[in-house]
Design a protein around this ligand. Structure first.
Ligand code: UDP
Length: 242
């Protein structure tokens, strides 16, 4: 399978369907090191436009999924269209089935205390047979003991849900120390969603690319952050191609 990378305002997104992303995810599980999956949405991609260090970090990922309609729209406006949105949370939910089938040991890291436990329960319901080998909340001071616990658990897959850019820094800073992990993904607030604390938009809104509007209505204080979405799209229109 050849997957083409598409440069969208400096970020090298993988241009693939969900099926291709899952196949790639499964192939990475067969590798000999901890591969990194990143899932920038338009807000994060906008931050990356402004911050070269963050952009370079994201571009080191083995798999970069376009999380959200904003990135897909920007790609279209740049005349380098992507096959479609591959939301991090949907990728993660589908990978649970892959892990269950293969007996891959999954570790959950992030969110407030108690959330990962709730998420684990829901995940086991969704993917019977899933092995969750450990979990820890995302509010720790020292990273070393966290790495140690993940290694001791023999985790092969790791969901890192600390928000951006904390989760990306965590993954790349510790990539070589995570000796048993083969696939790790930065997934923002996904554990809150799995746990059921944050509801996703109704299906029709997701279909019509209106998930952002749903989130804004639920959490109006996100408006500051969400303004990055139109700014990102404007940047896609007005930035000259190199
Ligand atoms: N979080 C965490 N540790 C921190 C900061 C945040 O575990 O030090 C968690 C937070 O509880 C939430 C997630 O990271 O579950 C961030 O979610 P958000 O939707 O803001 O992610 P983003 O949009 O930044 O990817």
């Amino acid at each position: 399978m050849t997957i083409v990378k598409q440069d969208i305002l400096g970020l090298n997104f993988d241009n693939l369907t969900m099926e291709e992303a899952l196949a790639k995810g499964e192939a990475l599980l067969e590798g000999d090191r901890a591969a990194v999956v990143v899932t920038p949405n338009a807000e994060i991609a906008y931050d990356a436009c402004k911050n070269e260090e963050f952009r370079d970090l994201l571009n080191r990922a083995d798999l970069m999924l376009p999380d959200g309609a904003g990135v897909v729209l920007a790609a279209k406006l740049r005349k380098t269209p992507l096959k479609g949105k591959v939301a991090g949370i949907d990728f993660a939910a589908n990978m649970l089935q892959v892990f269950a089938r293969r007996g891959t040991k999954l570790y959950l890291l992030g969110s407030k205390p108690g959330v990962a436990e709730q998420a684990a329960e829901k995940m086991r319901e969704k993917a019977p047979g899933l092995v969750i080998c450990g979990m820890a909340d995302g509010y720790f001071k020292d990273e070393a003991p966290v790495i140690e616990k993940i290694n001791e658990a023999g985790a092969e897959a790791l969901f890192v849900c600390l928000g951006a850019p904390k989760q990306e820094k965590f993954m790349f800073n510790h990539q070589s120390e995570l000796t048993t992990v083969r696939l790790m993904a930065g997934l923002g607030g996904s554990l809150d969603s799995f746990a059921g604390n944050v509801k996703r938009a109704p299906k029709w809104m997701i279909r019509m690319n209106l998930e952002w509007l749903y989130r804004l209505c639920k959490e109006p204080k996100r408006i500051g952050r969400m303004m990055r979405l139109p700014k990102y799209v404007l940047r896609a229109v007005f930035t000259k191609k190199k």
